[in-house]
Design a protein around this ligand. Structure first.
Ligand code: FAD
Ligand code: SF4
Ligand code: SF4
Length: 446
């Protein structure tokens, strides 16, 4: 990938990672993807997902074309060759779902497809503190299984590439990380790059996660795993094996109003547009994973594990639209439901609500409308150029509250009815506009 490298030093050869305590170029919108913690900060102006939206160019570069906006599946889920649902016939103990992602990483190393896998381990003292690493052995990939549901500086490990002997890399990551990676891909000292994406929404800082756990679950210190599931409940697993579920609609939203990271409140890359292959769950029925193959490289990756999968076609049931519209209004009014009502609604919506791909569209609609409104209220001058064309089209299908009618600081973000967006925890200080932050983002880096 550096074959065409000029003889003069490239910008990243002259650059240094951001100094400790330095201001990240995207300021409050920074998702701490890690790029600026590497010398590839040299390209931050065009690489950062929060300084410049470049979905069409990225899709063109990665897949040979941008998504067809008139194709409903591509409008929602991005460029694709095929989508289906799957589970590993022998699920991987301790994985987030059945472990398709980790198994793919293991097979990529075992077969010699790549020299290393960029994945996210956990710190020695905290299961939820992410530690990105370049795994060189199957054991290291397996040790990184399960989500660390917090912002992770994955791209800081680019700094370790020069001189490492790694020429072929499989990168696992969420959308903002992959957008930056794609933008600097051609400058990396690599011969091959494969990208395995995870869908992602409403991520949190470690402090935000703590707020979420403490306000939601019986014993936060024993939680080892959780997921927002397609049955409209959050499923927690504790270290003693105990399972606990909480309906989305029963979250303590007044306490959670500030936990969403500003990056994630301005993000429209839910389905990871730049990845070769995406492995999530939200378009699949309960208990299964959801696979989107975007290009031939994605097929190549999938072939590593396809004979180990129990697969099924994607399905879709219900009609999300009225629920999304009601949810937008309820969310804006910030109503909190009593637990008994949340339980009843959760039970009901789990039976008659959207399922399969329609659940995926429900979640995308709910989050895109919320994020568009957040941007228009908090960063009005940049909002329209920051919202990509596919998201603009989706958002335009709904009636949004007036931009000027932002809830007062301190108002709760709540899910008041079956249509409310699934609240997922986020980072710190999500809802507060930053009066210091310019609406046209500028940075001092190249
Ligand atoms: P495992 O085999 O358990 O592997 C998990 C992989 O995740 C590991 O390789 C690890 O490197 C990587 N990882 C862990 N933490 C992070 C992190 N913070 N950043 C980047 N990579 C990480 N799917 C949906 O369908 N809808 C969602 O809204 C959604 N939100 C997500 C939010 C986050 C922050 C993350 C990390 C994932 C999210 N996913 C979402 C993906 C989903 O939860 C599963 O990770 C995915 O289906 C793979 O499951 P698995 O059992 O195959 O993964
Ligand atoms: Fe933050 Fe953007 Fe730099 Fe990533 S590229 S660390 S999101 S400023
Ligand atoms: Fe990055 Fe978007 Fe996920 Fe936030 S929601 S961590 S900005 S991909």
């Amino acid at each position: 990938m550096d074959a065409a490298k000029p003889t003069t030093a490239a910008p990243h050869d002259r650059a240094r990672p951001l100094a400790a305590g330095g201001t990240y170029p995207a300021r409050d919108l920074c998702s701490h993807c890690g790029l600026c913690d590497s010398r590839w900060i040299a390209y931050v102006r065009r690489a950062c997902a929060f300084l410049e939206q470049r979905f069409e160019a990225m899709e063109q570069q990665a897949h040979g074309r941008s998504r067809h906006l008139d194709d409903e599946d591509e409008l929602y889920f991005g460029v694709q060759r095929r989508m289906f649902t799957a589970r590993l016939r022998q699920p991987l103990e301790g994985a987030q779902w059945t472990g398709i992602v980790s198994r793919l990483g293991v097979r990529a190393l075992e077969t010699g497809l790549v020299d290393a896998v960029l994945c996210v381990g956990q710190s020695d003292h905290d299961r939820f503190t992410p530690v990105p690493r370049l795994a060189r052995t199957p054991e290291e990939v397996l040790a990184a299984r399960v989500n660390k549901p917090t912002l992770s500086p994955n791209l800081e490990v680019l700094e370790q590439l020069p001189g490492s002997g790694i020429r072929r890399l499989l990168a696992i990551g969420v959308g903002c990380q992959i957008q930056a990676l794609r933008a600097v891909q051609d400058t990396l000292p690599l011969d091959q790059l494969y990208v395995l994406g995870l869908p992602c929404v409403d991520n949190v800082s470690r402090a935000g996660l703590q707020t979420f756990l403490e306000s939601t679950v019986s014993s936060p210190e024993t939680v080892v795993h959780y997921e927002f599931m397609q049955d409209f409940r959050i499923h927690f697993r504790h270290s003693d094996g105990r399972q606990e579920t909480v309906p989305f609609f029963g979250l303590d939203t007044p306490k959670l109003k500030d936990v969403f990271a500003p990056s994630c409140l301005s993000c429209f890359d839910y389905t990871n547009a730049g990845a070769d292959l995406v492995v999530g769950y939200m378009g699949a029925s309960f208990g299964r994973q959801w696979i989107t193959v975007r290009n031939p490289r994605g097929e190549e990756l999938l072939a590593l594990v396809e004979d180990e999968l129990d697969t099924a076609a994607v399905s879709s049931r219900g009609d999300r639209r009225a629920a999304v519209q009601q949810g937008i209004e309820a969310y804006d009014k910030a109503v909190k439901l009593p637990r008994w009502l949340a339980e009843v609604l959760g039970w009901l919506i789990g039976r008659i609500g959207p399922q399969g791909l329609e659940y995926g569209r429900f979640s995308i609609d709910s989050h895109f409308t919320r994020n568009a409104l957040w941007l228009r209220r908090h960063h009005p001058a940049m909002a329209e150029r920051h919202i990509p064309a596919f998201a603009q089209r989706i958002v335009s299908r709904y009636r949004l509250p007036p931009v000027a009618a932002a809830p007062p600081p301190g108002a709760a973000v709540a899910a008041a009815d079956p249509g409310a967006p699934s609240p997922r925890p986020g980072g710190a200080a999500g809802g507060s506009p930053d009066p210091q932050r310019p609406d046209r983002l500028e940075c001092s880096q190249n």
